[in-house]
Write a protein of this length. Sequence first.
Length: 280
Amino acid sequence: MNRIIAFCLCALFISVTWAQAPLVVSTHPIYLIAKEITEGIEEPVLLLGNQTGHDVQLTPDNRKTIMDSSLVIWLGKEHEAPLEKVLGENAKAISILNSGIIQALPLRSPKGVALKDTIDTHVWLDPNNAVRIGFFIAALRSQQHPENKAAYWNNAKKFASEMLRVSQKSISAGSARPYWAYHDAYQYLERSLNLKFAGAMTDDPHVAPTVTQIKFLNDTRPYKKMCLLAEGSASPSQYRKLGEISFQAVDETLAKQQDFVVAWQTLAQQTQACVLNARK
């Protein structure tokens, strides 16, 4: 009898521990979507608080967070290569880029040429992809917590409705508006905002533009004044070589935002303002 009681108590402890094990999300934009889906049910944990997927340095606390989780959602090795060693073969880890749920685009060269067998990992900037990711998270958590299935799916439907409403309001009529980027991170916005990529200063935000690429942009500029989307850390000494521009500091990682829909809308408005200012 005592052994039966002990077994039951052990089983109860395991089930409670599983229920308390958190959902862990690797990077900030996906974390913001996860917050929408889990609202009122649980609080997801952001693994890489002040890091992007490109410059990951795992700490002992990061590793413990992964170990203590019930599910880890990450973009994948294409975006977060340093996480491959700890998440690539981890049964609790799910890669969005390898899930088959999103529509991915290839990387492009700074001149706008699509690169074969590559993937642009900034998939969350496409509103349809963001909605798909939301429903994917709802499905995964519903499997682990079927008692909350209705709540997860209701949250996913609410997020989808709001995301698509905001993105549809952002659609611009007329011919596509050309723009430049410091590095090509915004092509998932192009269809929603009716934009046309006219080139980038560099293919890596950590590498300075070459003289050759600056010359290419100046020689092929569609308009005398061009919109340039760039990280706030971009050096003025570099983009001043482009002549007359409308400069807009943007952040595709949405790092300082706490609401995904608001963050996407803000980025869309900044981008539209930039291309419109370039026409004045």
